[in-house]
Design a protein around this ligand. Structure first.
Ligand code: FES
Ligand code: FES
Length: 154
């Protein structure tokens, strides 16, 4: 039995220690927002936060993250600046990669002091979007920072 703290709630899962986190989230907790793509840690589509840091959930087992706090796209509040910015700028096309992109951006923006837009954009190089929404992602990052400044969160 494994305990996982996901989105502020502790879950007991009857799974093996070496189960991949992505499958625990999707298949055992029914959190389908985190998506599977490459499966080898290359694309960023499956990114979640673990203790606030962006981690590719296809690369880590549940046994490695006991007692840490996991946040998935479902755990980000609807009024979160990155979610608001993504809606305002209509960033997604098919949307498949976007939960991972949003979690990666959120991790970068939670650093103190908050990095500027160009710093965040330069760190997004290894997140892949097959629809090529990169210009919209860049604009979304700029808008998220503006919203954070307006809300006094940076
Ligand atoms: S599916 Fe995990 S990095 Fe691509
Ligand atoms: S929006 Fe379609 S893969 Fe990124």
């Amino acid at each position: 039995m494994i305990s996982l703290n996901v989105n502020g709630k502790v879950h007991k899962l009857d799974v093996d220690q070496d189960m991949i986190l992505l499958w625990a989230l999707r298949d055992h907790l029914d959190l389908k927002g985190t998506k599977y793509a490459c499966g080898i840690g290359e694309c960023g589509t499956c990114t979640v936060l673990i203790d606030g840091k962006a981690v590719r959930s296809c690369t880590i087992t549940v046994g490695e993250i006991k007692r840490k706090k996991i946040t998935t796209i479902e755990g980000l509040p609807e009024n979160h600046p990155v979610k608001q910015a993504w809606i305002k700028e209509q960033v997604p096309q098919c949307g498949y990669c976007q939960p991972g992109v949003i979690m990666q951006v959120t991790a970068h923006l939670s650093q103190k002091p908050t990095p500027n837009a160009n710093q965040v954009i330069s760190k997004m190089d290894d997140v892949l979007c097959r629809c090529g929404t990169y210009p919209y992602i860049k604009q979304g990052i700029k808008t998220a920072i503006q919203i954070m400044r307006k809300d006094g969160k940076s």
